[in-house]
Design a binder for this molecule. Structure first.
Ligand code: KDO
Length: 338
Protein backbone atom coordinates (compact mmCIF):
# COMPACT_ATOMS: atom_id res chain seq x y z
CA UNK A 1 0.00 0.00 0.00
CA UNK A 2 1.37 3.38 -0.93
CA UNK A 3 1.86 6.04 1.74
CA UNK A 4 -1.00 8.10 0.31
CA UNK A 5 -3.36 5.09 0.22
CA UNK A 6 -2.43 4.29 3.87
CA UNK A 7 -3.28 7.91 4.74
CA UNK A 8 -6.66 7.71 3.07
CA UNK A 9 -7.36 4.39 4.79
CA UNK A 10 -6.41 5.77 8.23
CA UNK A 11 -8.50 8.90 7.70
CA UNK A 12 -11.58 6.91 6.69
CA UNK A 13 -11.09 4.59 9.69
CA UNK A 14 -10.88 7.62 11.96
CA UNK A 15 -13.93 9.13 10.30
CA UNK A 16 -16.02 6.01 10.78
CA UNK A 17 -14.77 5.64 14.39
CA UNK A 18 -15.81 9.17 15.18
CA UNK A 19 -19.14 8.61 13.43
CA UNK A 20 -19.73 5.60 15.70
CA UNK A 21 -18.79 7.72 18.75
CA UNK A 22 -21.06 10.54 17.60
CA UNK A 23 -23.95 8.13 17.06
CA UNK A 24 -23.35 6.73 20.55
CA UNK A 25 -23.59 10.21 22.01
CA UNK A 26 -26.72 11.05 20.06
CA UNK A 27 -28.46 7.74 20.66
CA UNK A 28 -29.99 8.46 24.09
CA UNK A 29 -31.38 11.74 22.77
CA UNK A 30 -32.76 9.98 19.71
CA UNK A 31 -34.27 7.28 21.88
CA UNK A 32 -35.76 9.92 24.18
CA UNK A 33 -37.25 11.58 21.10
CA UNK A 34 -39.05 8.38 20.19
CA UNK A 35 -40.50 8.09 23.65
CA UNK A 36 -43.84 9.63 24.47
CA UNK A 37 -43.04 12.71 26.53
CA UNK A 38 -45.16 13.10 29.67
CA UNK A 39 -44.31 16.31 31.53
CA UNK A 40 -45.99 16.64 34.92
CA UNK A 41 -46.36 19.84 36.90
CA UNK A 42 -47.77 20.13 40.43
CA UNK A 43 -47.47 22.58 43.34
CA UNK A 44 -47.23 19.60 45.73
CA UNK A 45 -44.22 19.50 48.07
CA UNK A 46 -42.01 16.39 47.77
CA UNK A 47 -43.06 14.88 51.09
CA UNK A 48 -46.80 14.98 50.36
CA UNK A 49 -48.62 11.90 49.11
CA UNK A 50 -49.91 13.56 45.95
CA UNK A 51 -46.28 14.35 45.05
CA UNK A 52 -45.03 10.83 45.80
CA UNK A 53 -47.90 9.32 43.81
CA UNK A 54 -46.25 10.56 40.60
CA UNK A 55 -43.33 8.21 41.23
CA UNK A 56 -45.89 5.39 41.46
CA UNK A 57 -47.31 6.62 38.14
CA UNK A 58 -43.85 6.63 36.54
CA UNK A 59 -42.89 3.22 37.91
CA UNK A 60 -46.19 1.73 36.82
CA UNK A 61 -45.51 2.84 33.24
CA UNK A 62 -41.90 1.65 33.38
CA UNK A 63 -43.28 -1.77 34.24
CA UNK A 64 -46.23 -1.94 31.83
CA UNK A 65 -44.48 -0.20 28.91
CA UNK A 66 -40.69 -0.35 29.39
CA UNK A 67 -38.89 2.41 27.46
CA UNK A 68 -42.07 3.75 25.89
CA UNK A 69 -42.66 6.88 27.97
CA UNK A 70 -40.41 9.70 29.14
CA UNK A 71 -42.08 10.74 32.42
CA UNK A 72 -40.75 14.02 33.85
CA UNK A 73 -41.99 14.98 37.32
CA UNK A 74 -41.83 18.66 38.35
CA UNK A 75 -42.85 19.37 41.96
CA UNK A 76 -43.20 22.64 43.95
CA UNK A 77 -44.85 24.41 40.98
CA UNK A 78 -41.38 24.55 39.41
CA UNK A 79 -42.69 24.17 35.85
CA UNK A 80 -46.07 25.94 35.96
CA UNK A 81 -47.63 28.20 38.61
CA UNK A 82 -50.43 26.73 40.71
CA UNK A 83 -53.71 26.99 38.83
CA UNK A 84 -52.14 27.63 35.42
CA UNK A 85 -51.73 23.92 34.60
CA UNK A 86 -55.06 23.42 32.77
CA UNK A 87 -54.27 26.27 30.35
CA UNK A 88 -50.75 24.89 29.80
CA UNK A 89 -52.23 21.46 29.05
CA UNK A 90 -54.82 22.87 26.66
CA UNK A 91 -52.01 24.69 24.80
CA UNK A 92 -49.97 21.49 24.61
CA UNK A 93 -47.11 22.76 26.80
CA UNK A 94 -47.81 20.25 29.54
CA UNK A 95 -49.11 16.71 29.39
CA UNK A 96 -50.21 15.89 32.94
CA UNK A 97 -51.21 17.48 36.21
CA UNK A 98 -53.56 17.05 39.13
CA UNK A 99 -56.27 19.64 38.69
CA UNK A 100 -58.75 20.78 41.32
CA UNK A 101 -62.52 21.21 41.17
CA UNK A 102 -61.78 24.94 41.57
CA UNK A 103 -59.60 24.94 38.42
CA UNK A 104 -62.42 23.24 36.53
CA UNK A 105 -65.21 25.45 37.95
CA UNK A 106 -63.47 28.53 36.52
CA UNK A 107 -64.33 27.25 33.03
CA UNK A 108 -67.26 24.93 33.73
CA UNK A 109 -69.61 26.60 36.26
CA UNK A 110 -71.59 23.35 36.69
CA UNK A 111 -68.52 21.88 38.36
CA UNK A 112 -68.60 24.47 41.17
CA UNK A 113 -70.88 22.11 43.07
CA UNK A 114 -67.68 20.23 43.99
CA UNK A 115 -66.08 23.39 45.38
CA UNK A 116 -68.89 23.92 47.88
CA UNK A 117 -68.26 23.08 51.51
CA UNK A 118 -69.94 20.13 53.18
CA UNK A 119 -71.10 18.40 49.99
CA UNK A 120 -69.00 15.22 50.02
CA UNK A 121 -69.37 13.23 53.23
CA UNK A 122 -66.05 11.40 53.29
CA UNK A 123 -63.36 9.96 50.95
CA UNK A 124 -65.46 6.88 50.24
CA UNK A 125 -68.43 9.03 49.18
CA UNK A 126 -66.09 11.09 46.98
CA UNK A 127 -64.72 8.00 45.21
CA UNK A 128 -68.22 6.60 44.66
CA UNK A 129 -69.46 9.88 43.18
CA UNK A 130 -66.54 10.34 40.79
CA UNK A 131 -66.15 6.68 39.86
CA UNK A 132 -69.88 6.34 39.11
CA UNK A 133 -72.28 7.87 36.55
CA UNK A 134 -71.93 11.42 37.99
CA UNK A 135 -68.17 11.30 37.44
CA UNK A 136 -68.62 9.95 33.89
CA UNK A 137 -71.02 12.80 32.99
CA UNK A 138 -69.01 15.57 34.62
CA UNK A 139 -65.65 14.35 33.28
CA UNK A 140 -67.11 14.31 29.77
CA UNK A 141 -67.86 18.01 30.14
CA UNK A 142 -64.25 18.55 31.22
CA UNK A 143 -62.82 16.59 28.27
CA UNK A 144 -65.09 18.44 25.80
CA UNK A 145 -64.66 21.96 27.14
CA UNK A 146 -61.16 22.02 28.63
CA UNK A 147 -59.19 19.80 26.25
CA UNK A 148 -58.01 17.67 29.19
CA UNK A 149 -59.19 14.22 30.25
CA UNK A 150 -59.50 13.28 33.94
CA UNK A 151 -58.04 9.80 34.54
CA UNK A 152 -58.47 9.25 38.28
CA UNK A 153 -59.75 10.91 41.45
CA UNK A 154 -57.23 11.67 44.15
CA UNK A 155 -58.39 12.31 47.72
CA UNK A 156 -56.49 15.43 48.78
CA UNK A 157 -57.82 15.21 52.29
CA UNK A 158 -60.40 17.01 54.39
CA UNK A 159 -59.66 20.70 54.72
CA UNK A 160 -59.27 22.18 58.22
CA UNK A 161 -58.62 25.71 59.42
CA UNK A 162 -55.07 26.29 60.69
CA UNK A 163 -54.34 29.50 62.66
CA UNK A 164 -51.23 31.45 63.60
CA UNK A 165 -52.61 32.39 67.02
CA UNK A 166 -54.97 30.48 69.29
CA UNK A 167 -58.53 31.72 69.05
CA UNK A 168 -61.85 30.55 70.40
CA UNK A 169 -63.62 29.34 67.26
CA UNK A 170 -66.99 27.68 67.71
CA UNK A 171 -69.08 29.14 64.87
CA UNK A 172 -68.32 30.97 61.58
CA UNK A 173 -68.83 34.38 63.26
CA UNK A 174 -65.76 33.61 65.38
CA UNK A 175 -63.60 33.77 62.25
CA UNK A 176 -64.70 37.33 61.52
CA UNK A 177 -61.75 39.48 60.44
CA UNK A 178 -59.35 36.51 60.28
CA UNK A 179 -57.16 36.90 57.20
CA UNK A 180 -57.49 33.36 55.92
CA UNK A 181 -55.23 32.50 53.03
CA UNK A 182 -56.95 30.76 50.12
CA UNK A 183 -55.53 29.81 46.70
CA UNK A 184 -55.96 32.65 44.22
CA UNK A 185 -59.29 32.28 42.44
CA UNK A 186 -62.74 33.67 43.18
CA UNK A 187 -64.16 30.18 43.73
CA UNK A 188 -61.60 29.58 46.50
CA UNK A 189 -62.12 33.02 48.03
CA UNK A 190 -65.85 32.34 48.18
CA UNK A 191 -65.23 29.25 50.29
CA UNK A 192 -63.17 31.35 52.74
CA UNK A 193 -65.97 33.91 52.86
CA UNK A 194 -68.59 31.20 53.46
CA UNK A 195 -66.52 30.06 56.46
CA UNK A 196 -66.91 33.54 57.94
CA UNK A 197 -63.31 34.67 57.42
CA UNK A 198 -61.66 37.41 55.35
CA UNK A 199 -60.12 35.42 52.48
CA UNK A 200 -56.69 36.47 51.19
CA UNK A 201 -55.32 34.97 47.95
CA UNK A 202 -51.82 33.51 48.00
CA UNK A 203 -50.08 30.71 46.10
CA UNK A 204 -49.37 27.54 48.09
CA UNK A 205 -45.60 28.07 47.86
CA UNK A 206 -45.87 31.40 49.69
CA UNK A 207 -48.04 30.26 52.58
CA UNK A 208 -45.25 29.20 54.96
CA UNK A 209 -43.62 32.63 54.82
CA UNK A 210 -47.00 34.39 55.03
CA UNK A 211 -47.75 32.51 58.24
CA UNK A 212 -44.27 33.10 59.61
CA UNK A 213 -44.29 36.84 59.00
CA UNK A 214 -47.96 37.38 59.84
CA UNK A 215 -49.16 38.74 56.49
CA UNK A 216 -51.94 36.14 56.92
CA UNK A 217 -53.62 34.90 60.12
CA UNK A 218 -54.25 31.39 58.91
CA UNK A 219 -54.77 28.99 56.06
CA UNK A 220 -56.91 25.96 55.30
CA UNK A 221 -55.58 22.63 54.09
CA UNK A 222 -55.91 18.93 54.81
CA UNK A 223 -53.79 17.75 57.75
CA UNK A 224 -51.29 15.72 55.65
CA UNK A 225 -50.44 18.88 53.69
CA UNK A 226 -50.11 20.90 56.93
CA UNK A 227 -47.53 18.28 57.95
CA UNK A 228 -45.74 17.93 54.61
CA UNK A 229 -45.45 21.70 54.00
CA UNK A 230 -44.49 22.21 57.67
CA UNK A 231 -47.20 24.81 58.34
CA UNK A 232 -47.40 23.43 61.89
CA UNK A 233 -44.00 25.04 62.57
CA UNK A 234 -45.49 28.52 62.08
CA UNK A 235 -49.03 28.10 63.44
CA UNK A 236 -50.49 27.43 66.89
CA UNK A 237 -53.96 26.01 66.29
CA UNK A 238 -55.94 23.63 64.14
CA UNK A 239 -59.71 24.05 64.12
CA UNK A 240 -61.31 20.82 62.88
CA UNK A 241 -63.99 22.40 60.69
CA UNK A 242 -63.76 19.53 58.13
CA UNK A 243 -65.33 21.93 55.66
CA UNK A 244 -64.28 20.34 52.38
CA UNK A 245 -63.59 16.71 51.50
CA UNK A 246 -61.20 17.85 48.82
CA UNK A 247 -60.34 16.08 45.61
CA UNK A 248 -57.96 16.62 42.73
CA UNK A 249 -58.01 14.80 39.41
CA UNK A 250 -55.07 13.34 37.56
CA UNK A 251 -55.71 14.75 34.11
CA UNK A 252 -53.94 14.48 30.76
CA UNK A 253 -54.02 16.91 27.85
CA UNK A 254 -56.29 15.68 25.06
CA UNK A 255 -53.53 16.47 22.59
CA UNK A 256 -51.20 13.96 24.26
CA UNK A 257 -53.92 11.43 24.98
CA UNK A 258 -55.39 11.43 21.48
CA UNK A 259 -51.92 10.89 20.00
CA UNK A 260 -51.59 7.60 21.90
CA UNK A 261 -52.65 4.20 20.65
CA UNK A 262 -55.31 2.25 22.57
CA UNK A 263 -52.78 0.13 24.47
CA UNK A 264 -50.84 3.21 25.59
CA UNK A 265 -54.05 4.91 26.74
CA UNK A 266 -54.97 1.86 28.82
CA UNK A 267 -51.52 1.78 30.44
CA UNK A 268 -51.54 5.52 31.21
CA UNK A 269 -55.01 5.29 32.73
CA UNK A 270 -54.00 2.27 34.83
CA UNK A 271 -50.87 4.16 36.02
CA UNK A 272 -53.03 7.16 37.01
CA UNK A 273 -55.35 4.87 38.93
CA UNK A 274 -52.46 3.16 40.69
CA UNK A 275 -51.06 6.57 41.66
CA UNK A 276 -54.42 7.71 43.06
CA UNK A 277 -54.88 4.44 44.97
CA UNK A 278 -51.42 4.83 46.54
CA UNK A 279 -52.18 8.42 47.56
CA UNK A 280 -55.66 7.65 48.86
CA UNK A 281 -54.57 4.73 51.01
CA UNK A 282 -51.63 6.54 52.58
CA UNK A 283 -53.38 9.86 53.01
CA UNK A 284 -56.44 8.38 54.73
CA UNK A 285 -54.17 6.41 57.06
CA UNK A 286 -52.04 9.44 57.91
CA UNK A 287 -55.05 11.71 58.36
CA UNK A 288 -56.17 9.46 61.21
CA UNK A 289 -52.85 9.85 63.02
CA UNK A 290 -52.01 13.52 62.62
CA UNK A 291 -54.05 15.12 65.43
CA UNK A 292 -51.77 13.36 67.91
CA UNK A 293 -48.70 14.45 65.96
CA UNK A 294 -49.74 18.11 65.96
CA UNK A 295 -50.56 18.00 69.68
CA UNK A 296 -47.09 16.62 70.34
CA UNK A 297 -45.70 19.50 68.29
CA UNK A 298 -47.41 21.86 70.74
CA UNK A 299 -50.43 22.90 68.67
CA UNK A 300 -53.89 23.36 70.15
CA UNK A 301 -56.39 21.21 68.24
CA UNK A 302 -60.05 22.16 68.76
CA UNK A 303 -63.39 20.94 67.43
CA UNK A 304 -65.88 23.72 66.71
CA UNK A 305 -69.64 23.42 66.31
CA UNK A 306 -69.36 21.64 62.95
CA UNK A 307 -73.14 21.64 62.47
CA UNK A 308 -73.16 25.45 62.76
CA UNK A 309 -70.37 25.66 60.14
CA UNK A 310 -72.19 23.18 57.89
CA UNK A 311 -75.45 25.11 58.10
CA UNK A 312 -73.87 28.52 57.38
CA UNK A 313 -71.68 27.25 54.54
CA UNK A 314 -74.44 25.26 52.86
CA UNK A 315 -76.89 28.18 53.06
CA UNK A 316 -74.27 30.59 51.70
CA UNK A 317 -73.68 28.35 48.68
CA UNK A 318 -77.36 27.63 48.10
CA UNK A 319 -78.06 31.38 47.95
CA UNK A 320 -75.08 32.13 45.72
CA UNK A 321 -74.68 32.61 41.98
CA UNK A 322 -72.69 29.36 41.93
CA UNK A 323 -75.71 27.22 42.85
CA UNK A 324 -77.64 28.61 39.88
CA UNK A 325 -75.25 26.79 37.53
CA UNK A 326 -75.55 23.41 39.28
CA UNK A 327 -77.33 20.90 37.04
CA UNK A 328 -80.88 20.24 38.22
CA UNK A 329 -81.05 17.29 40.57
CA UNK A 330 -77.26 16.86 40.84
CA UNK A 331 -77.09 17.76 44.53
CA UNK A 332 -79.78 15.18 45.32
CA UNK A 333 -77.98 12.56 43.21
CA UNK A 334 -74.70 13.29 45.04
CA UNK A 335 -76.45 13.08 48.41
CA UNK A 336 -78.09 9.78 47.56
CA UNK A 337 -74.87 8.16 46.29
CA UNK A 338 -74.01 5.41 48.76
C1 KDO B 1 -53.79 24.88 48.36
O1 KDO B 1 -53.18 25.70 47.68
O2 KDO B 1 -54.25 25.15 49.46
C2 KDO B 1 -54.01 23.49 47.76
O3 KDO B 1 -54.41 22.60 48.80
C3 KDO B 1 -55.09 23.55 46.67
C4 KDO B 1 -55.15 22.24 45.91
O4 KDO B 1 -56.06 22.31 44.86
C5 KDO B 1 -53.77 21.86 45.39
O5 KDO B 1 -53.36 22.75 44.38
C6 KDO B 1 -52.75 21.85 46.53
O6 KDO B 1 -52.77 23.10 47.21
C7 KDO B 1 -51.32 21.67 46.05
O7 KDO B 1 -51.21 20.47 45.34
C8 KDO B 1 -50.33 21.67 47.22
O8 KDO B 1 -50.59 20.64 48.14
Amino acid sequence: MTASLKGIFRRSLLASASAVLLMGALLPAAQAQNKVLLRISTPAVPDDWHAKMWTVFKESLEKSAPGEFDVQINLNASLFKQGTEPAAMARGNLELSSISAFDIAKLIPEFSIFTAGYIMRDPDHQQKVFNGPIGTEMFKLVADKMEVTPLSTVYLGTRQVNLREVRDVKVPADLKGVKLRMPGSKEWLFLGEALGATPTPLAFGEVYLGLKTGTIDGQDNPLPSVRAAKFYEVTKQIVLTSHLVDGIFIAISNKAYNAMNAAQKTKVKAAAQAAAAYNNENRIKEEGQLVEFFKKEGLTVTTPDVDAFRKTVQTTYQNSEYAKAWPKGLLERINSTK
